[in-house]
Design a protein around this ligand. Structure first.
Ligand SMILES: CC(C)(COP(=O)(O)OP(=O)(O)OC[C@H]1O[C@@H](n2cnc3c(N)ncnc32)[C@H](O)[C@@H]1OP(=O)(O)O)[C@@H](O)C(=O)NCCC(=O)NCCS
Length: 185
């Protein structure tokens, strides 16, 4: 079923954790989403990163996800949002072969939304004929990306000042070629 503004998520999801009754849709960012998307990302950063990253790294993440930067990334590629009952509960983007800004509202984590969003982004990459995608993996999300078939390439770290560091990993996933065209794992 195609929703007026997007695709009903259960059509994209393979393991049946999401369904039409919840009224969840996935669609591209609209200009009016900027404030709620920024708020979603920032509250998820506070809730999920506070215990693992130092304060200056938290601020670095928030600056990286300002309204201006979110808008810039949406213009360079595609930025998807997941909407439930009129509220934005998840987001993620693809620009070139880079997936970034994948965040699921803490209240809705571990319900299959992140995996569905990733499959939608990988689908967009496959449509563009990309051979693979790469992304940065936060300290809290390694298990999630490995579960989705991402291969950790290396550890990286940013000096965020005052002796504090932002540690993460670089990862990639190859998108499979098949006789029917490019597909994703
Ligand atoms: C990481 C994140 C996007 C995952 O979204 P989610 O909706 O909770 O993930 P899902 O429910 O779709 O999980 C998919 C699979 O990954 C597993 N998984 C999810 N988070 C995990 C974690 N932190 N560690 C290990 N496994 C994890 C789930 O158990 C599930 O496995 P299953 O298919 O065997 O049941 C979400 O927790 C989040 O927004 N975290 C904070 C921000 C963040 O780290 N974003 C990534 C930026 S690099």
């Amino acid at each position: 079923m195609i929703h007026a503004e997007g695709i009903v998520l259960h059509r994209l999801h393979v393991d049946g954790k999401m369904n039409e009754r919840r009224g969840e849709i996935i669609r591209e960012l609209k200009r009016s989403d900027l404030v709620p998307v920024r708020a979603l990302i920032h509250r998820t950063i506070d809730a999920c990163y506070g215990r693992v990253y130092p304060p200056r790294a938290i601020q670095f993440f928030k600056d990286y996800h300002s309204e201006e930067k979110i808008l810039g990334r949406s213009r360079r590629g595609v930025l998807l949002v997941v909407e439930r009952d009129g509220n934005l509960i998840a987001t993620g983007g693809l620009a070139g072969g880079e997936i970034s800004g994948v965040f699921v509202d803490p209240e809705f984590q571990r319900g299959g939304i992140g995996a569905t969003l990733m499959r939608a982004l990988e689908g967009k990459a496959a449509e563009k004929g990309l051979a693979g995608v790469e992304l940065d993996v936060s300290l809290t999300s390694r298990g999630f990306y490995e579960r989705l078939g991402y291969e950790i390439l290396e550890e990286r770290s940013i000096d965020v000042g005052e002796g504090q560091r932002l540690d993460y990993w670089r990862a990639r996933k190859r998108l499979k070629e098949s006789s029917g065209g490019t597909v994703y794992q």
